[in-house]
Design a protein around this ligand. Structure first.
Ligand SMILES: [Zn+2]
Length: 232
């Protein structure tokens, strides 16, 4: 269950950075491949101008060293059906994530709720899915923390790429820094990002990589037992 690839999913430009850019920077520092999937172009933003928000998102992903994927849906119109799940699955097929980050489901924004639920469906075979906090999250009781004491600068730099949003409603840099210190105190480190696990398998050095390598639905019970007892 070694982590090699990480996927962070957000509904709009800057969602991922607000929720887990520090963790993405930490993953990157450990040599993990990082990818960001943004499901819509943020067309409903107050400061929306042409494709400005897409350009800002591209600059931010670049600053984090992350590959960027687009969902192709429209802000406030992300469908609550299989097309959203299909798009997430297509990106998962491309990046094969060992960890997925996504919005927490209790949220005032319908896009966030829909993308959270769709990600849990798309990630049904993924061993680690973590919910991150958004400014519009309504309930959040984290029990998993990532130490971002060395990565707050990278997080703030990425957010600063979203120039049209900085110090507007969602991207308040002082609040983001204060939040990192707040969660750091809970996590007994200096600065942290906080997460609620859907599922979280701790890496204890198992050589087993992905479920598909071990589970064959056509195998007999004897074959499965033999594989499991002779592996690793
Ligand atoms: Zn959003």
């Amino acid at each position: 269950m070694t982590v090699k690839s990480v996927l962070a999913i957000g509904s709009h430009p800057d969602d991922v950075e607000l929720g887990c850019a520090g963790a993405l920077s930490a993953h990157r520092a450990m040599g993990h491949s990082t990818s960001i999937l943004v499901m819509s172009g943020g067309e409903q933003s107050r400061n929306y101008l042409g494709n400005l928000r897409e350009l800002e998102q591209e600059a931010s992903a670049k600053s984090l060293g992350a590959s960027l994927y687009w969902g192709g849906f429209v802000d406030c119109g992300i469908p609550d059906d299989h097309t959203t799940i299909d798009r997430i699955e297509a990106v998962m097929d491309a990046v094969r994530p060992d960890v997925i980050y996504v919005h927490a489901p209790d949220d005032a924004h319908q896009d966030h709720r829909i993308v959270a639920a769709a990600t849990v469906s798309a990630g049904r075979r993924t061993s680690r899915i973590l919910y991150y906090q958004s400014p519009s999250t309504t309930r959040f009781e984290p029990t998993i923390f990532v130490d971002i004491s060395d990565h707050l600068g990278a997080k703030l730099s990425a957010l600063t790429c979203h120039k049209s949003q900085v110090n507007a409603e969602s991207v308040q840099l002082d609040a983001i820094a204060a939040s990192a210190r707040h969660w750091g105190a809970f996590a007994r480190v200096v600065l942290a990002e906080a997460f609620v696990p859907v599922r979280f398998v701790w890496d204890m050095g198992s050589p087993r990589s992905i479920l598909d390598d071990y589970i064959d639905v056509h195998a007999s019970a004897e074959e499965i037992l033999q594989r499991l007892t002779t592996s690793g």
